[in-house]
Design a binder for this molecule. Structure first.
Ligand code: BGC
Length: 440
């Protein structure tokens, strides 16, 4: 009764009689509000988990692909912090990751590709992802080769993102149409095309002198001059006989003979610059992993409009592959749920489609959305799906062997490429001698 009366009191009375009580309520309300605000901020903060991801993706398409992952993780309250070490193919990133590990300053997540996954797993540095893999049915949904790669010791320790095809020959469609050319299926056709282009003043083949880019080209030549078994003998088994085999000799000779079709002055330009040469018509062809396709697309150059993909001559039946993977470093229980969430989401079909469309690679899944792939990816997926006999692991991109062996082999290929006075057979003998000393 009394309360009702007070509400209608004139202001003077309200000020004198009711205000002290109202003030009490007001103070009470403010404290209550503050309590909930603090509680809300505290919980929100407790849930948001910052995760540092070390990788080497810096090009337009690579950044876009990363943004699809980080954007999706943001929906899960995971703050994805990029720790980028620019270096095509990840040479610098690997070194930084190792030193950060030694300094006890590991990131939560890192891009770590290939054979090295098994080495790091041996040292117990990688978090095992068994619950995520079994709830996501990875064994059934992933390509068997991918599944084997990520679980070297019977426990999944890496998250597969996409599969790149290395033996891709990109060609500039405008130039090919202008000179009425079709993509070469063998080296005779390649030579004929290259000569015609040179007569017209066009550089036939874009190339960089960066060791990993030369090695990327060279490994496709080894496959081209031989087959999957021989390639594995050389780069996986590192058999001395393989290095002195005539087929290996032919690949070296081919590398030397392609030199005349490359730019006269070969700089150590980035792969992005090599791709730019193709896009701008400064070169008519480029041998590169299909991340170059992602990049061309990100510049607004559509597949089968500005460029198309073919296989490097004589390699159409094979998929020389490179698989991008993330690993979770063991950083204790606090970040584990965020790391597991990333692992779980990265392999979901919708994200796989979106990410790989941008990156230029194909999903790691046996049953992806094929109708959402362009012609290059459909071919890549079909050939990879034929199984392990047609899948060939990239040397340059760490799928074939350990880091020391890879670097030792590439160093010899570089010496041979840069110095025309070194003979094919001497280089073969040197490689065979080195291969005796390499880890098996
Ligand atoms: C990686 C690709 C990357 C390329 C260029 C390769 O080793 O697998 O994801 O786009 O290097 O940096």
């Amino acid at each position: 009764m009394q309360k009702e009366k007070k509400i209608f009191l004139p202001y003077a009375e309200f000020a004198s009689e009711v205000q002290p009580e109202a003030q009490k309520y007001l103070v009470y309300l403010v404290y209550w509000g503050l309590f909930w605000l603090v509680a809300f901020l505290w919980t929100a903060n407790a849930q948001a988990q910052t995760v540092q991801v070390l990788h080497w993706w810096t090009s337009t398409s690579e950044e876009k692909a990363i943004a699809t992952l980080s954007g999706r993780m943001a929906q899960e309250n995971i703050v994805w912090k990029n720790a980028v070490i620019p270096s095509g193919s990840g040479i610098g990133a690997g070194i930084v990751l190792k030193s950060r590990m030694l300094a006890g300053d590991a990131p939560e997540v890192a891009q770590l590709n290939g054979v090295i996954i098994s080495e790091w797993a041996d040292l117990g540095l990688l978090q095992e992802l068994d619950p995520v893999a079994s709830s996501g049915k990875w064994e059934k949904s992933l390509f068997p080769t991918v599944w084997r790669l990520i679980q070297p010791k019977g426990h999944p320790v890496a998250v597969p993102l996409g599969i790149h095809r290395i033996n891709t020959l990109f060609y500039n469609r405008k130039i090919f149409a202008r000179y009425d050319l079709s993509p070469p299926k063998n080296w005779d056709e390649f030579e004929a095309i290259a000569k015609k282009l040179q007569q017209a003043g066009i550089t036939p083949l874009a190339q960089s002198a960066e060791p990993w880019q030369l090695a990327t080209l060279f490994e496709t030549l080894v496959l081209s001059e031989s087959d999957a078994n021989f390639y594995r003998d050389a780069f996986v088994k590192k058999s001395p006989q393989a290095f002195v085999d005539p087929r290996f000799g032919r690949a070296l000779s081919r590398l030397r003979s392609l030199k005349k079709y490359m730019p006269a002055f070969l700089s150590e330009q980035t792969w992005i610059a090599s791709t730019r040469m193709l896009a701008d018509g400064d070169a008519a062809m480029l041998v590169m992993g299909d991340w170059a396709k992602g990049e061309l697309n990100s510049w607004g150059i559509a597949t089968d409009v500005g460029f198309s993909c073919a296989a490097v001559p004589n390699t159409a039946n094979y998929h020389l592959y490179n698989i991008d993977t993330l690993v979770m470093l063991d950083k204790g229980a606090t970040v584990r749920s965020a790391q597991e969430k990333i692992a779980q989401i990265a392999v979901l079909p919708a994200l796989q489609t979106e990410y790989n469309q941008i990156k230029g690679s194909i999903p790691v899944l046996r049953n992806p959305e094929l109708n959402k792939m362009d012609s290059c990816s459909q071919t890549s997926w079909k050939i990879f799906s034929r199984g392990s006999a047609f899948q060939v692991p990239s040397l340059a991109h760490r799928m074939a062997t350990d880091e020391i062996s890879k670097d030792a082999i590439i160093a010899e290929i570089m010496r041979f490429f840069l110095n025309d006075s070194l003979s094919v057979s001497d280089t073969q003998k040197r490689l065979a001698a080195i291969s005796h000393t390499l880890p098996k």
